[in-house]
Ligand binder design. Structure first.
Ligand SMILES: [Zn+2]
Length: 383
């Protein structure tokens, strides 16, 4: 393994091992697509364990400029984004699942057996009150996506976004205009909720849940009176099935992976960076470097971690900044900056005006509720 991987590029070997599966699959059936995925997987496995087929260097330089040139070249058609809490912090949304944010220290008032219990499914089913009290406390006053969210939307509008994989549960990708198929919410979402009863599973929307969260009631199913839980993934629950099915199709075909606002520490999400092909450039926009290969695992032929700085670095670029600044810088290099800024301005204005409408109807609603509540405290109508 060591000899071959020492060589910076050996194109002959690359051509022998790489039969260009993409070109064969023009009239691709599902089976062929799956076959190509397996080929990619095997090729990655062989090249990483045996050092065969050193990958092509796709970027002219390992900088944001290099990435921008690549996008402009037209060879980069399938961009995947992987995003985490860092893309939402400038929207004022606390990273409330990660330890070390001060949040867990704030949980004493809920009398939890231990702080993480608040996000554990078994505890929640018996004691839902602390979770909903916390949700009420942390519920953002107004959802407003960030520059970074709109940059991803711009990638979609330009036909370059294959999909965005998000660890966030704040629904801001949806607010920014990504639709169901554009998005994998790996850790679930507040956007929808379901009755926890396996026989029932009735779905409820965000407005319904929001109303329950802000009333003092624990959300209960209108049909069977079981608990209703937002579709966020609690500890002890599986990730959504779509995460696993899409991942297998998306990553081997990715032309550029953009990782933003995540320290890549939570599995299985973090492991996705190792699932793109060996030649696929990976751009990290984050406040610190992340996802770097464990040197020991690298020696063993595992890894697939990021390599920004070593002598062998050939495809990974770290842009250390806030996600918003990094996206603005990249948009500038792509000639999209004015377009991005205009999109942000227009969309924020739209959200503000909708927020005002909602507030005025809410205060009317609250007044109506107050008068009806005094007459019949338990009646709650669906809207
Ligand atoms: Zn139910």
């Amino acid at each position: 393994m060591s000899d071959a991987s020492e060589l910076p590029k050996s194109e002959k070997e690359e051509e022998e091992v790489t039969p260009e599966p993409e070109e064969q699959s023009d009239d691709s059936s599902e089976e062929e697509a799956a076959g190509a995925t397996e080929m990619d997987f095997l090729r990655n496995l062989f090249s990483s364990t045996l050092g065969l087929g050193s990958p092509d260097k796709v970027l002219d330089e390992l900088t944001l400029e290099g990435v921008a040139q690549y996008i402009k070249s037209g060879k980069c058609k399938n961009i995947l984004c992987m995003v985490g809490a860092g893309i939402s912090t400038s929207a004022g949304i606390p990273d409330f699942r990660s330890p070390g944010t001060g949040l867990y220290a704030n949980l004493q008032k809920y009398n939890l057996p231990y702080p993480e219990a608040i996000f554990q499914i078994d505890y929640f089913k018996k004691h839902p009150e602390p979770f909903f009290a916390l949700a009420r406390e942390l519920y953002p006053g107004q959802f407003k996506p960030t520059v970074c969210h709109y940059f991803i939307k711009l990638l979609k509008d330009k036909g370059l976004l294959r999909r965005c994989y998000s660890q966030n549960i704040d629904t801001l990708e949806r607010v920014a205009g990504l639709e169901g198929d554009d998005l994998i919410e790996a850790h679930g979402t507040f956007y929808t909720s379901h009755c926890v009863s396996f026989c029932c599973r009735t779905e409820y929307n965000l407005d319904w849940m929001k109303e329950k969260i802000f009333s003092d009631d624990i959300p209960k199913c209108d049909k069977c009176n079981s608990l209703v839980k937002p579709d966020i993934v609690f500890f002890g629950e599986n990730l959504p099935v779509r995460f696993f099915t899409s991942m297998k199709m998306d990553f081997p075909r990715c032309d550029l992976l953009i990782v933003m606002g995540t320290s890549l520490q939570v599995q299985p999400f973090a492991g996705l960076v190792g699932r793109v092909s060996k030649s696929c450039p990976r751009l990290l926009i984050n406040m610190e470097k992340a996802g770097q290969a464990d040197p020991l695992l690298g020696l063993l032929g595992f890894g697939g971690g990021m390599d920004f700085d070593s002598d062998k670095a050939y495809r990974d670029v770290a842009h250390i900044s806030t996600c918003d600044d990094g996206c603005l810088a990249l948009a500038d290099l792509l000639g999209w900056k004015a377009e991005l800024e205009e999109l942000v301005k227009q969309e924020h204005a739209r959200i503000d005006s909708e927020g005002k409408k909602e507030k005025s109807s809410e205060s009317k609603g609250a007044a109506a509720k107050a008068s009806s509540a005094s007459a019949a405290p338990e009646t709650k109508k669906e809207e």
